[in-house]
Write a protein that binds this ligand. Structure first.
Ligand code: GRF
Length: 203
């Protein structure tokens, strides 16, 4: 199976997926890493692992639709079975989301449906929740609302800052996202009429 990963920055989730795929010998090829920012730190890691990289700068397009159309062409050049959003900080048009229906995953740093959108860790601190975490979900047109594939919870500790909480959540992101992508490439993860099915999820 071909996987295309979209990033905007650091790309630590992308790295966790690439490392797991290599170490565990997944039946897939990370076909490309595409960024909407030329300065995304993750691009260097991808290139150093022999993964083709591409940059499509959103500012160079007159509209969201035009950018998404170019993005779609760039992604589809690699014939992806799965598109993985890994810290890709762009809201996608419904047309693009529809095109990858059932084959696009995202990771969001909160226990959805709590705290969609940005600044999830400060949202969690402000709400005073005692448990926070991360969610892997299929992407649908409604931002951060797609069917949930996997979640991991972490405690919110006294004295936590946004930074300390983000670090604790990120450790778990690097566990659940590679695992979910692995399920997909092994044909164990599917979605039918909005319902997620995972075969043998315990393994
Ligand atoms: C992660 O916390 C991810 O959940 C969120 O943005 C962050 C990206 O980090 N969407 P990285 O680029 O994967 O290191």
């Amino acid at each position: 199976k071909n996987i295309v990963i979209l990033i905007s920055g650091r790309g630590s989730n992308m790295q966790a997926i690439v490392r797991a795929a290599q170490a565990e010998g997944w039946p897939c090829r990370i076909a490309a890493v595409i960024s909407n920012r030329a300065d995304a730190e993750g691009l260097a890691f991808a290139a150093s692992h022999g993964i083709p990289t591409e940059v499509i700068v959103s500012k160079e397009f007159p509209s969201r639709e035009a950018f998404d159309a170019a993005l779609r062409v760039a992604i589809d050049r690699f014939s992806p079975d799965l598109v993985v959003l890994a810290g890709f900080m762009r809201i996608l048009t419904p047309a693009l989301v529809e095109h990858y229906d059932g084959r696009m995953l995202n990771i969001h740093p909160s226990l959805l449906p709590s705290f969609p959108g940005l600044a999830t860790h400060s949202q969690a601190l402000a709400a005073g929740v005692k448990v926070h975490g991360a969610t892997v979900h299929f992407v649908t047109a409604e931002l951060d609302h797609g069917p949930i594939v996997a979640q991991a919870a972490v405690p919110v500790l006294p004295g936590d800052s946004e930074h300390s909480l983000a670090e604790r959540v990120l450790v778990e992101e690097h566990v659940i996202y590679p695992r979910a992508v692995r399920w997909y490439v092994e044909g164990r993860l599917s979605i039918d009429s909005g319902l997620v099915h995972i075969a043998d999820a315990a393994q």
